[in-house]
Design a protein around this ligand. Structure first.
Ligand code: PA5
Length: 338
């Protein structure tokens, strides 16, 4: 069972470049979207369905002049309204927080677009005439990362906020295709450093913040481990004081810095100093940099590496990466309380 789950999840990760290409081939489907007028952009979703929003924000926030945010809650932020372009994303289409936030978006007359593989969100979008991008079903939501991310980017391209979108997605698909086999070996070595240890992920820029979130979630769900993620330079103003404590954890932790060539030069200096301070406080300290030219490719290369590491760590720890029993149980128990 464990081996079968490992092979299936590994196949899903190896399939990310194909997902990117497949969604890119459907670019004409977003042409039917009206050109909206909006002043801010909000992505609504939970867990695996929120990741596309994180990726879009990380890739675009340096270039886009309007505010962008991800909402992982039942309620929308106070500023969401008719000037908001709102993406409601739920892979299953049945996640209650996403549905509640979508309901509030309707009441507040946001410009709504839905992305889902089915469920209540799909039904409601069809009934109400909200633009809907339907993605292939039958996967664990976190394995649908390409399906859930590319439509968002294409729609943002259609709205004029991501001019190079198609070239960047193509570049990422090609790069990931080249990296996936050589990075399997790399991911095995990284996973062996994480085995039996508490991973600490440190992002060094807004771009790699989304990668750190993805690594954390994949290590949680695939490898079934708790893990911590934070970002520099903020880390240098609080967490740095607590590094290495409680001391019984020292030999049981591994720090991974996720960096990017566009990291602010002063933050790069901070990373250098922080790593040297961390050396005696963690069992392993590793620095990883995204590959590729465009921001999307650089981010997705780190995302795929983290996905591979999470699957390899599951194998090393003898757990099945596929089931997420506690999420399922929680959802069932919440449903029974309606
Ligand atoms: O990976 C998972 O299964 C979860 O993080 C889900 O994505 C999360 O519970 C939300 O469900 P959905 O993606 O179907 O909206």
């Amino acid at each position: 069972m464990v081996t079968e789950g490992y092979e299936t999840m590994l196949r899903y990760v190896m399939d990310i470049p194909r997902q990117l290409g497949q969604m890119l081939d459907r670019h004409h489907e977003v042409d039917i979207l009206p050109r909206y007028r909006f002043r801010n952009i909000l992505f609504v979703g939970m867990g695996g369905s929120a990741m596309g929003g994180d990726i879009a924000v990380s890739v675009l926030q340096r270039d886009v002049s309007c505010p962008m945010a991800v909402c992982r809650d039942y309620r929308l932020p106070g500023w969401a309204g008719p000037d908001t372009m709102l993406f409601a994303v739920s892979y299953s289409g049945n996640t209650e927080e996403a549905l509640a936030a979508y309901g509030e978006a309707i009441r507040r007359r946001c410009r709504i677009v839905c992305i889902s593989s089915g469920g209540q969100l799909t039904d409601s979008a069809r009934r109400r005439g909200h633009p809907l991008f339907t993605v292939p079903d039958g996967l664990p939501p976190r394995a649908a990362i390409g399906y859930l991310t590319v439509p968002l980017l294409l729609m943002l391209g259609r709205q004029g906020v991501y001019p190079k979108v198609e070239t960047e997605i193509e570049e990422a698909a090609q790069l990931l295709r080249e990296l996936r086999d050589p990075w399997l070996g790399k991911s095995r070595r990284l996973a062996s450093r994480l085995r039996g240890r508490l991973p600490f992920l440190y992002a060094t820029s807004s771009l790699t913040a989304a990668a750190a979130t993805r690594w954390r979630c994949q290590l949680n769900e695939n490898s079934k481990v708790v893990c911590h993620a934070s970002i520099l330079p903020e880390h240098n103003h609080n967490e740095i004081v607590g590094m290495g404590s409680p001391s019984f954890l020292r030999r049981k932790t591994a720090a991974i810095f996720l960096t990017d060539r566009d990291t602010h030069e002063r933050t790069s200096a901070r990373v250098h100093i922080t790593r040297s301070l961390a050396r005696d406080l963690f069992e392993h300290v590793v620095l990883l940099e995204g590959r590729g030219r465009g921001r999307f490719a650089r981010l997705m290369s780190l995302v795929m590496l983290g996905d591979l590491v999470s699957v390899e760590l599951a194998r090393l720890q003898g757990v099945d990466p596929l089931p997420v029993q506690r999420i399922d149980e929680l959802k069932n128990r919440m449903a029974s309380r309606r």
